[in-house]
Design a protein around this ligand. Structure first.
Ligand code: ATP
Ligand code: MG
Length: 276
């Protein structure tokens, strides 16, 4: 991407033959993805296609049923791995901000630094203030989550993740709980992070973000990668009918209204199809 520091070609995340079942339901059916250092990869796909499960397998919030996941060369699926050490290298931002309501923004940013990284108060606060500045919230250090807008809370959550000094960031629909007018500020922060060279794996429905910021877009459906490639190919000129159908639904506001008004689908979008 223009203005972005060059990727050095080293793999930050390597996913091989990843499968995950919940009981009889196979949610991930053999996923192979490599994300190189400095790369921004956006994952798109219908509800229930396994996007969140995929992200959660990367830092072992879900245990894969089979397959291998390596993060910066460390195999997280190795039973001997010190997963807490690996998780410290991975920043994760969810749709729900998960801030502590009884702590200020500053408190939310310092608590894990102190407890997990053992930083002293002064150092943790310095790091926290630096990261609040990075997300444009210098003046909100002493505000409690309830005193912040959704977009501001999500930016605090991003700053909290950054305060741990992660090597890579996972985002799971970070803007989908936000009112439309608050989405832009969060995306701007993510764009700046991408420009700084942060490795990012981002599940998103923001197609303009995917198109403008992603080096690569992966379309998932029914627990498999249907297609992947540069955004100008996958988002603008997809080769698979399933990708085209999905994009038509996401990009057509009238169809989106219908989707928003209906409850989440009961089952994965392609449960009846065989493996690809
Ligand atoms: N802990 C769980 N136990 C049982 N089933 C689960 C669990 N987590 C996810 N699933 C199922 O796995 C499938 C994929 O879920 P996942 O959350 O990964 O989808 P998604 O692509 O992130 O969807 P969305 O776009 O709605 O967030 C769904 O059918 C879901 O019901
Ligand atoms: Mg999800």
């Amino acid at each position: 991407m223009a203005g972005r520091s060059p990727q050095d070609g080293t793999a930050a995340i390597e996913i091989e033959g990843l499968r995950k079942s919940f009981g009889a339901l196979e949610v991930l059916r053999g996923i192979d993805i490599t994300v190189r250092r400095g790369e921004v990869v956006c994952v798109i796909g219908p509800s229930g296609s396994g996007k969140s499960t995929l992200l959660r397998c990367v830092n072992l919030l879900e245990e894969p049923t089979s397959g291998r996941v390596r993060v910066a060369g460390t195999e997280v699926t190795d039973p001997e791995v010190d997963i807490d050490r690996v998780r410290r290298r991975i920043g994760m931002v969810f749709q729900a901000f998960n801030l502590f309501p009884h702590l200020t923004a500053l408190g939310n940013l310092t608590i894990a630094q102190r407890r997990v990284l053992g930083r002293g108060k002064a150092e943790a606060e310095e790091v926290a203030r630096r990261n609040l500045r990075r997300v444009g919230l210098t003046e909100k250090a002493d505000s409690y989550p309830a005193q912040l807008s959704g977009g501001q809370q999500q930016r605090v959550a991003i700053a909290r993740a950054l305060s741990m000094g992660p090597e890579l960031m996972l985002f799971d629909e970070p803007t989908s709980a936000l009112d439309p007018e608050l989405v832009g500020d969060v995306l701007a922060v993510m764009r700046a992070l991408a420009d700084e060279g942060m490795t990012m794996l981002v599940v998103t429905h923001e197609m303009s973000f995917a198109r403008e910021v992603a080096d690569r877009v992966i379309f998932m459906d029914g627990g498999v990668v249907v297609e992947e490639g540069p955004p100008e190919r996958v988002v603008v000129d997809p080769s698979h009918a399933r990708t085209r159908a999905f994009l038509a639904r996401v990009l057509d506001p009238a169809a989106a209204d219908v989707l928003e008004g209906s409850p989440a689908p009961e089952s994965p979008s392609a449960p009846l199809e065989g493996p690809p």
